[in-house]
Write a protein that binds this ligand. Structure first.
Ligand SMILES: [Zn+2]
Length: 137
């Protein structure tokens, strides 16, 4: 069989045997498989390509504030700040005076400065109650 007996594929131009040409309606076997694979799979790929930037934008817009909240647990947001009058804990912290100390309440912690530069972070679930001195502003 010589090259002149081959015919060009209608899709990619590759020279194919007349039997292949007839079998696949003028296209080569490779193009035939790609055509069959197309349709549903291709539209999913297109959809994915369109959604990907949207997902990335969503991650940046919503993910960063959420991640910031989860990582820092609102540590940088003070809900209340003052001098403690009485602190009631679920489980007592031994040998630490918690009353009459500068403290602040965050979303997840009661932060008490116990003196000498020491700070005690008490998780919210361990705080049964906290009373502050009347605030002078
Ligand atoms: Zn082809």
């Amino acid at each position: 069989m010589s090259a002149s007996e081959k015919l060009p594929c209608k899709m990619c131009g590759a020279m194919i045997r007349p039997s292949t040409f007839e079998q696949y309606g003028g296209i080569c076997a490779k193009c035939h498989h790609q055509t069959r694979r197309g349709g549903f799979v291709d539209s999913l790929e297109v959809l994915g390509a369109l959604l990907f930037p949207l997902i990335m934008i969503a991650v940046f817009v919503f993910g960063i504030p959420l991640g910031h909240y989860l990582f820092f647990g609102g540590r940088d947001t003070d809900l209340h700040r003052g001098i403690t009058k009485s602190v009631t804990l679920v489980a007592e912290v031994p040998n630490v005076e918690l009353n009459g100390k500068p403290a602040r309440v965050t979303t997840r912690y009661l932060v008490i400065e116990t003196g000498n530069g020491e700070t005690v972070w008490i998780p919210d679930e361990n705080v049964a109650g906290v009373e502050f001195e009347a605030q002078e502003r």
